[in-house]
Write a protein that binds this ligand. Sequence first.
Ligand SMILES: Cc1cc2nc3c(=O)[nH]c(=O)nc-3n(C[C@H](O)[C@H](O)[C@H](O)COP(=O)(O)OP(=O)(O)OC[C@H]3O[C@@H](n4cnc5c(N)ncnc54)[C@H](O)[C@@H]3O)c2cc1C
Length: 417
Amino acid sequence: MARSVAVLGAGIVGISCALHLHRRGFEVTLVDRREPGSETSFGNSGVIGRASIAPLSQPAIWRKLPRYAANRDRAVRFGPGYPARELGWFVRFLANSRPGAFDANARHLNALLSHALGEHEALLAGDSGLLRRDGWLQLFRTEAGFEASAGSRALWYRHGVRFRILDREGLRELEPHLGPVFERAIWLTDIASVADPGEVCRRLADRFAAEGGTLLREEVRALRSVDGEARVALADRELHADATVVALGPWSADLVAPLGYRLPVIRERGYHLHLSPRHNEPLGRPCFDAEGAYVITPMRAGLRITTGIEFSAADAPPTPVQLESVLPLAREAFPFGAPAEPEPWLGARPGTPDSLPVIGRAPRHPNLWFAFGHASIGFALGPVTGRLIAEMVGGESPLLDPAPYSATRFRAFGLGR
Ligand SMILES: Cc1cc2nc3c(=O)[nH]c(=O)nc-3n(C[C@H](O)[C@H](O)[C@H](O)COP(=O)(O)OP(=O)(O)OC[C@H]3O[C@@H](n4cnc5c(N)ncnc54)[C@H](O)[C@@H]3O)c2cc1C
């Protein structure tokens, strides 16, 4: 049984793993080259709950494919040559659109997401005022747009996700400052959100340190395989621990590849920009303009607009085309003033073809654990993943069946891309 654990990556996932492990008596070192929670876990929309139980690859995707492929849909954009470069990933992604695969993936997402809010509340105990429980709104500019949400609504019904359908008047009562461009809205009432995801991470990391955990500000240079064990190389030494958890978000797949794990986790890039309200008009909750393909979340730094997915190489320069195309629509939706910063933030969701994260023991290295690939729901799922990892490392019976999230599901493909 492991006594000491190195957790690599101090985003929401790594911090949550570290806290849960430490509270079970492990000696934990949490390693990051930056301040905790300053990458993807800082830049997201801050939504927590079961809004996103639909995997990205769904039966209806084939109808949207021609628009996506031609970069004519604001929700998705492809960098030059990118689909050809990651062909294996896209083929598997499309294979997951079969109704059977879609239903199974949605069930497995729902199993995780049903614990998201409860596990955030448990980790943030004492600080749970950081969580707003005002729900999340999906907005529709046309009846046709609303009709197109029928599949999502059916899925929510099936899984008991509570929501209310609002007409123009109902929406005006709930969010009086939204512009009169929306015909309908769906209010998912049990969803929570936060006004500063980076601050949530910092508070949890502070708690980990205050409770006696070790935070190490260093770069992980490589993972090496020695006699069937994974070893962690820092700049000038090896980091010794009985077990290692890889929670490096979008950087994870590259770090584990030299150990022979060519896992299909790619970077789904996304941008955010904060704008001020024109005259301090409040917005009560995160809003998703379904036809506009952007989210507005009220944040401490301003109203954060986040974009859809840009499939592009990690090292490609920022191309905030999606952000530029949604800004005029966002200005119709809400009385925005000036941007609060000169340049947009760019980050990446670590995405798998089945939209499920990779959680569990590495198939060929018993001392290595995977906790990454959380795509668009990783902020919500960090604490659930942290608990699952700690339970598995400690040999306890886990909160839920972890089998669907194991890296072994990629074995049929040689664990390859
Ligand atoms: C635009 C956008 C909107 C989103 N909206 C939501 C949302 O509303 N709700 C939701 O649940 N999720 C959302 N997400 C997804 C969510 O943000 C991510 O899934 C989640 O933050 C991933 O957390 P993580 O801890 O795995 O990765 P990260 O937060 O990226 O943490 C990884 C850490 O590893 C460190 N690291 C990397 N390489 C090394 C190295 N070699 N050595 C040392 N340290 C290293 C990094 O510094 C970083 O701190 C969104 C994502 C984006 C991009």
